[in-house]
Design a protein around this ligand. Structure first.
Ligand code: PLP
Length: 488
């Protein structure tokens, strides 16, 4: 393809992407791909073409073969998992980024890439109300873009381990323990698995809204210290995946700060963006985060209007990251790196090369402004409140937990007959299997301390009150049908 062919193909691609976004606004269009497993292998040749093919054929096959296999995460009736952001500003930012691929590992690879990242991380920190100690301009703390919250947690735990073992050089690696809770995303356990470390998941209670409390942590620490174990990092969560629970960062932060060298990483992959709105800062425990967190992560690619991937990680002291991750062979040395006058982001994450992610973040921060973020977040939360109100007035559905920001957790709850917890779970699994076979909405299920329930997470930019009502009506229909089937 030459430059002019690229120009024409590019216009066509943008046209087709726009058509897809228009088509998604049709609420009857399936959210979930209807493809069967293996559909694509059947449709594609067994081997790559011997000779290059005409681009028009490739572009048409994208429409014909790939698009039907896409579940539409930006669809207005997508209420599953957590939202995955998509804005046209971010798409364009990514297009420019990919047009100048550079692996941005050292400042000198492309100064714009590193410098923009350092700036947008500071802008984002300001927008979220993080303490200036986390800004890159502080020269001590700082922010870096990672691929995912899982990578952010892994990197934070690597840094935590380096700090802990430097303070306690005689500690045996097999005695180190990563603390999570039963509600922490699997990223905590996965990081421990990757690092070959033990992981202990602390209990949380339904009556305490699934938040980790200081007392539970204290008891666990006492038990582990008595056994010679060394819990060195706690992965706390602001906005858990299952129910949007917020750990008591104030209490647990105070406890962690009493243990020499122990680190608290706050995973706010989804909820962290709500900190853009001053009215949600207390709920998300911003003051305690600013006081106690050693590292803090939120995903702009979830609720933060930036296309995947854009996980923002801030650390209170960058030295712990670079102590853990800086390996500089001769071929990676540069004048500015040696002089210590620039950030070399390769020492702030696991890989060497890194994408120019800051460009799309910059486009979005400028295109929306802080006000635009606030309007969007408030809108998502308002729509979830509408949904929660509908559930409150329902005779067949109930809220399992207090709605958290833009997430509600529901289940079928028949008011007429008394059912055991086990029978209720069976009923709700019937309900769930019916809901998950409806292509026009998409929700996901979870388990909260043995209670099977269904999550409803709002976040698509295209969702309106009509979509919320449509979803509620479908859920009501399926709840009534599940009850009828259960009793028949
Ligand atoms: N943390 C929380 C609270 C989440 O809900 C999720 C995903 O939904 C993650 C972490 C994982 O995010 P990532 O895919 O960026 O690793």
């Amino acid at each position: 393809m030459d430059i002019e062919e690229f120009r024409r193909a590019g216009y066509q691609a943008i046209d087709r992407i726009c058509d897809m976004y228009y088509a998604m606004q049709d609420s009857k269009r399936p959210v979930v791909s209807q493809a069967e497993p293996g559909y694509l292998r059947q449709a594609l040749p067994a081997s790559p073409p011997e000779k290059g093919e005409d681009y028009a054929l490739i572009a048409d096959d994208y429409q014909k073969l790939i698009v039907p296999g896409l579940t539409l995460w930006q669809h207005p009736s997508f209420f599953a998992y957590f939202p995955t952001a998509s804005t046209f500003e971010a798409i364009l930012g990514d297009l420019y980024a990919t047009s100048v691929p550079n692996p941005g590992f050292n400042w000198s690879c492309s100064p714009a890439s590193t410098e923009l990242e350092a700036v947008v991380m500071d802008w984002s920190a300001q927008m979220l109300g993080l303490d200036p100690a986390f800004y890159n301009t502080s020269g001590v703390g700082g922010g870096v873009l990672q691929t995912t919250a899982s990578d952010s947690a892994l990197v934070a735990i690597v840094a935590a381990r380096a700090r802990y073992t430097s303070l306690h050089p005689s500690v045996a690696l097999e005695d180190l323990v990563v603390y999570t809770t039963t509600q922490t995303h699997s990223l905590g356990a996965k990081a421990a698995l990757v690092l070959g470390l033990a992981c202990r998941s602390l209990p949380v209670k339904a009556e305490e809204n699934f938040a980790l409390r200081g007392e539970i942590l204290k008891v666990a620490l006492k038990e582990d210290h008595a056994k010679g174990k060394r819990p060195f990092v706690l992965v706390a969560t602001v906005g858990t995946t299952s129910s949007g629970a917020v750990d008591r960062i104030d209490e647990i932060g105070a406890v962690v700060s009493e243990v020499p060298g122990m680190w608290m990483h706050v995973d706010a992959a989804w909820a962290g963006i709500a900190l853009a709105c001053p009215e949600y800062r207390e709920f998300c425990q911003l003051d305690a985060i600013n006081t106690y967190a050693d590292s803090f992560c939120t995903n702009f690619h979830k609720w933060g209007l930036v296309n995947f991937d854009a996980s923002t990680l801030w650390v209170r002291n960058r030295k712990h990251l670079t102590d853990a991750l800086d390996i500089t062979p001769e071929f990676l040395r540069t004048k500015h790196g040696d002089a210590g006058t620039v950030i070399d982001y390769r020492n702030w994450h696991l890989a060497l090369g890194r994408r120019f992610r800051s460009l799309k973040v910059w486009f979005v921060l400028r295109g929306y402004g802080v006000e635009g973020f606030r309007t969007y977040i408030r809108r998502s939360i308002g729509l979830n409140e509408t949904f929660a109100d509908l559930v409150r007035g329902s005779s067949v559905l109930e809220l399992v937990t207090t709605p958290s920001l833009a997430l509600s957790v529901i289940r079928v709850s028949p008011s007429i007959s008394k059912m055991s917890a086990q029978e209720l779970n069976v009923l709700n699994r019937v309900f769930w299997s019916r809901v998950s076979s409806r292509p026009e909405i998409y929700l996901t299920q979870t388990d909260l301390n043995g209670v099977f329930c269904v999550r409803f997470a709002v976040g698509s930019l295209m969702t309106t009150e009509e979509h919320i009502k449509q979803a509620f009506n479908i859920l009501t229909e399926e709840a009534e049908e599940a009850l009828r089937l259960y009793h028949s």
